[in-house]
Design a protein around this ligand. Sequence first.
Ligand SMILES: Nc1ncnc2c1ncn2[C@@H]1O[C@H](COP(=O)(O)OP(=O)(O)OP(=O)(O)O)[C@@H](O)[C@H]1O
Ligand SMILES: [Mg+2]
Length: 386
Amino acid sequence: MSTLLIIDDEKAIRKTLSEILSFEGYIIEEAADGEEGLKLFKEKAYDVVLCDIKMPKIDGLEFLQKATAHNADVPVIMISGHGTIETAVEAVKKGAYDFIQKPPDLNRLLITIRNAKERNNLVSETKNLKRRVARVQEMIGDSAPMKKIKDTIDKVAPTEARIMITGDNGVGKELVARWIHEKSNRAGGPLIEVNCAAIPGELIESELFGHEKGSFTSAIKQRIGKFEQANGGTLFLDEIGDMSLSAQAKVLRALQEGKITRVGADKDINVDVRVIAATNKDLMQEVEEKKFRIDLYHRLSVILIHVPSLNERKEDIPLLTERFLQDICSDYGIAKKTISDEAVKQLQSYSWSGNIRELRNVVERLVILSGKTITKEDVTNYVLPV
Ligand SMILES: Nc1ncnc2c1ncn2[C@@H]1O[C@H](COP(=O)(O)OP(=O)(O)OP(=O)(O)O)[C@@H](O)[C@H]1O
Ligand SMILES: [Mg+2]
């Protein structure tokens, strides 16, 4: 059910509109002038507003201006009398959704309201989508390598292909994995992350596949593993190069058969999981040293995405710096600081072994230590070239 607000100083008009529109199933609220209308508008979320142009106190144009300043998403339809058509046209230019003429033509009135509502729905849907996408941090950069990566993400995300992401520390491998999930058909499902380097070798199997109560000394209750948790979604195996050989064998089986077994259980469980893996190691080297299984390597790397180091895309530094400045200042609740062009050039001249993560830390340091404008001197003083 949609709620409409009718603002008109003529009681007869309000009454007619209200009767017609309630009959059509709308919930109607009324205001006798722009001031009262504005008060109601700010208190409540209306789906559509119908607003007269000539009114005492606040007139239609002023209402429109104040209402859109408060919330531009609610469509406002102007009601225009004989002498106010020009004003109505002006109102539309200023953001009114449309206008109808007095006396209102019933069909046109209903169609206009329905269209306005539809636009309103579209607007909120778009906002929701944007908010959903914004759950993952934007990938900044329009250098050729970044464009290529974004392009690859768009192509491979909607497929079910397994993906191996390689690249140095802090280049954004995890961010790439998040975007792949977000743009995949599994976005509604979970994204479960496992940092294989952070889990002791003897626990990794129970971490990945779960265990039954009592299956080993510290297994005091049943545990659901990451593969099961990721069912219907994506499992991100980070630092896969650090996984033990015995865990590798089990992961291989899970990928081959789509089945897992909890540690200490005798039943298989079917899982529907897309795996994305990442590593900063040279896996081929690991394969040669017999630390990584070649068959698992091939299973995992149907698609290979290599994220280039920051030194290979220094043209992205200005955009990244600007974004980090914005984010950090807003996190700190301070007015946004600026950075001079020379200071940015100076940043571009450094070598970034810690890549984007290091750049972010440096910008944070500069925000803390510099004045309103970050200068080249600040950069030379506070950023030690590596
Ligand atoms: N293109 C980008 N735009 C904006 N921020 C980025 C970008 N790439 C990475 N970042 C940020 O840099 C930091 C490091 O990125 P991330 O954790 O994805 O790197 P990583 O390659 O997984 O690092 P590690 O190898 O250390 O695990 C994060 O805070 C991330 O949000
Ligand atoms: Mg990472």
